[in-house]
Design a protein around this ligand. Sequence first.
Ligand code: SF4
Length: 171
Amino acid sequence: MDGLTACIFNIQKYSIHDGPGIRTVVFFKGCPLQCSWCSNPESQYGKPQLTVDEGNKPTVIGEYRTLDYIMKEVMKDKDFYLESKGGVTLSGGEVLQQHEFAITLLKRLKKQGIHTALETTGYTDPMVFQKLIANVDLLLFDIKHYDNKIHYEVTKVYNEKIIFNLKAAID
Ligand code: SF4
């Protein structure tokens, strides 16, 4: 048992676009960036949100999930991962916003022999970033713009930490 919880946006099964093989993608809710083109602005806020769906029915986006719940869900497809050389991808929002949960989840997946991938903007403290990528087999680094000023204009954050983390990941 582990008491950690994270606000999760969605768990998408049978994905073939977020790393090798058949994968489950766990989408973390909350993102420190505000990209002008963001197609999922509801993924930026790090807590569950009440909204209305297309049929005007109230619906909640995002739920707090425990580590045990996520592990149970993703391990249901272990056979698919093994057969297809797939695994589990953590995405967002921005996973790094809930890094303690993410690091523990990645460690548990690795212990079970599951291939792990991380989709990230890299916007976090370098020490946190290092701890995270130590448990990641495939890093999908999504840099928005190399120029610091333009990065700020389009995302509302500067990119120094991002560039630092990108370079550290490549080294
Ligand atoms: S990093 Fe992704 S989730 Fe965050 S604001 Fe940009 S497009 Fe949206």
